[in-house]
Design a protein around this ligand. Structure first.
Ligand code: FUB
Length: 334
């Protein structure tokens, strides 16, 4: 009796398991179990596209995430990014994708390369500072696009590059004008920082589409690229890609123009990619660190990257705790 009841319960349980896993026939006609893929929150956060160089913006209680679309074929040994993508979230776990908001070719003077970028909201408009290749000399240059909406469509705000290679002479390479980060200080003055090997910065005019005054440099130990400027509790933080393969390091100052004091490594070399590119925001009372890795199966790598998010923690003296990269990622926030 007990045996019969037990075997009945086991068969019910097995039936439920078979239904929930999905029963399929093997080539020999036998029933085999195949697990249905269950979408789980975690890193990388976007799994249907390769995404790189995250920039995040909090606007009206929503996080907007701007990324480059890594479009290199498997095995291709260099970057192929032709467009940027935009996503939004109100809980840091569910991300909604929109129509492609901007392509490198939308800058008619550019030949391509939708490299790292950042978007800011200022005086009712959204300004998107981008790295592209200039068609005239194939050197990298910085463009700026504008939109009335955080999700676009964006259009070239100037019809010409904001920064070209001849304007930056601290180093004689053609790829030093990349990776813009933009920041509007409490007094309303906007600044643009950018660079590769040399870190440049300049003020922006009130119209946000012209530089104001001279281009200056800041020396940071082993600066490679990917500067990100943010401010918290009166401190300015300049985080950046350090050495190569890249870790993320950071420096702090109480003046936006420095001097900046080096504070050490913030994030390790990210898994399976030689670049590292971060964005830092506060949202709903928590601090977040966006970065990319080459972790997306099965063809992820240095030219097929994916954006991840983990928590960022501050010490009482304002310094940052080293980021712990996880596959679980961050939980949903209300
Ligand atoms: O995605 C192309 C380039 O790789 C970016 O501009 C750099 O920051 C590095 O991530």
């Amino acid at each position: 009796m007990y045996k019969q009841a037990a075997s009945f319960i086991v068969s019910i349980v097995l039936t439920v398991v078979v239904i929930s896993c999905g029963a399929q026939k093997s080539p020999q006609g036998k029933e085999v179990l195949k697990a249905e893929p269950v979408p789980e929150p975690g890193n990388p956060i976007i799994t249907d596209e390769y995404t790189a160089d995250p920039a995040a913006l909090v606007y009206q209680d929503t996080v907007f995430l701007y990324v480059g679309h890594d479009q290199a074929e498997p095995g291709h040994g260099f970057y192929n990014l032709r467009e940027w993508l935009v996503y939004s979230s109100t809980d840091m776990v569910n991300w909604k994708e929109y129509d492609v908001p901007l392509r490198a070719k939308d800058f008619e003077w550019a030949s391509g390369d939708a490299w790292a970028s950042e978007v800011i909201h200022h005086d009712g408009k959204f300004y998107w500072y981008t790295s592209v290749t200039h068609a005239i000399n194939e050197a990298k240059a910085i463009g700026v696009a504008v939109s009335e909406s955080p999700t676009g469509p964006f259009k070239d705000a100037r019809g010409s590059a904001l920064v070209t290679n001849d304007m930056t002479t601290a180093i004689d390479i053609t790829w030093d004008d990349i990776d813009p980060t933009v920041f509007v200080d409490d007094d309303g003055q906007a600044y643009l920082f950018w660079g590769n090997t040399k870190l440049y910065y300049s003020r922006l005019k009130d119209n946000m589409i012209e530089l104001k005054g001279e281009i200056k440099t800041i020396d940071l130990p082993h600066f490679t690229e990917a500067p990100w400027l943010h401010k918290k509790n009166g401190y300015y933080y300049l985080s950046y890609a350090y050495k190569f393969p890249e870790k993320t390091a950071y420096a702090m100052s109480d003046d936006i123009e420095g001097p900046y004091h080096f504070k050490g490594i913030l994030n390790e070399v990210a898994g399976n990619t030689n670049t590292n590119h971060q964005a830092i925001i506060d949202y709903k009372g928590q601090s977040y660190f966006f970065y990319h890795t080459g972790a997306l199966p099965t063809e992820g790598g240095s030219y097929r990257r994916s954006v991840s998010i983990d928590s960022l923690h501050y010490n009482d003296d304002g310094t940052l705790q080293r980021v712990q990269m996880t596959t679980e990622g961050v939980g949903a926030v209300e």
